[in-house]
Write a protein that binds this ligand. Sequence first.
Ligand code: PHE
Length: 449
Amino acid sequence: MAARGEFSSKMAFVLAASGSAIGLGNIWGFPIKVASNGGGAFVFTYIVLTFLLAYPILMAELVIGRYAKADTVRSMLAVSSPKTRWLAMITGGWGMLTASLILSFYAIVAGWMIAHGAGSALDLVGISSAWLTSDSTTRSLVFAAVFFVLTISIIANGVASGIEKWSSRLMPMLIFLIVALIIYITTLEGAAEGWKVYLQPDFSKVTEPGLVLDALSQAFFSLSLGVGTMMVYGSYISKSENLPRLGATVAAMDIGIAVLAGMLVIPAMYVAQFNGVIIYDESGKLIESGRLIFNVLPSLFEVMGSAGIITSLVFFLLMSIAALTSSISMLEVPVAFASDSLNATRKKASWMVGGLIFALSVVIIYNMNPLFDMVVNFATQFSEPMVGILFCLFVGWIWQRNAILNELKQGNPELERSLFWRIWPNYVRFVCPAIVLFLLIRSFGLVNF
Ligand code: PHE
């Protein structure tokens, strides 16, 4: 087994884990779900579910990962008992499969981001680039391939030089740009209506099964949970760090960016609508939801004149980088397993596994309708919460409580007296799995794959 790297500092982990959490889920996925679930009501439910369900599960993943210091399957085995080894293997394997499925659709959307960025770069030098922003199969194929090559090359280089170096030094720039755009958009006609929709929750809607299912899957997806990503990242954290605090920092950053992205995209939608772009069809349904921000934002950049071209270039470039710091965390899950198991070098494992997942993307690209939505829904609405429940079962019922305490105490000697330790163990034992299961069952008919 190859020697395991470790993040060099607390900051490095927070950046890498936030880099994983913050991505298309925040800026592409979150606004779509806000827009198709009536605005503020969704935002409210999503934030509540992140605190109530996602953060405790994030902690479960981090603690297992740091304890076992191995890939997901081996980590699950390390916290299992002789009688539950089979369940450990299913859990680790299911997580790994889910990470691969997510990467297969994520790379397609990330490819569109790169294509739009390249389109703006060409616009800047006066070359027409209609193909790059068109809706063509070849375009999706070419740019998904580009995105895969980038992702695989980084992962092939390993944690220290790969993930850490790339993770999110550019995040401050992304935040700055989004804030600047929010201020700009607020001055445009139509934005006020968007702000109203975003900020005024219609509380009668917050318990609708469809909305709650979307909020649940968004909370899991956005924090990169239920696939083993956070477990693998946890395995690279040094024993001297305070895990509950690290986890809370990552969760807070992730929510912050999602809420910020909503402040940009939702008002932008209403500005675009004011300018004649069709967003909702006659029945009030969002049209082509996956392409929402690719319709809305370019129309916003257009009204900005020549400054819009540069803004568009920077925006899509930063989005591509944010997507990359997430995609590497997905690919790391099966690659960690493959290089631990197959005795293959990291490089070889990365190209092999990455190549296989790319093949899946190709199949999806040629069958966008219905495969794209099917894979998204199966992975995010069903698999991630289910694997999350399994993680809770291990931490709550199978792994010895004392071992958990000892693991968490490293880097946090006062843990036993903390509020976290008083609540969390029983919470992941009973409350978390029960609520997630209840929400899944209640919305069962709504999961459409
Ligand atoms: N959290 C990432 C995002 O919001 C997506 C992701 C899901 C990353 C699962 C890793 C694992 O874009």
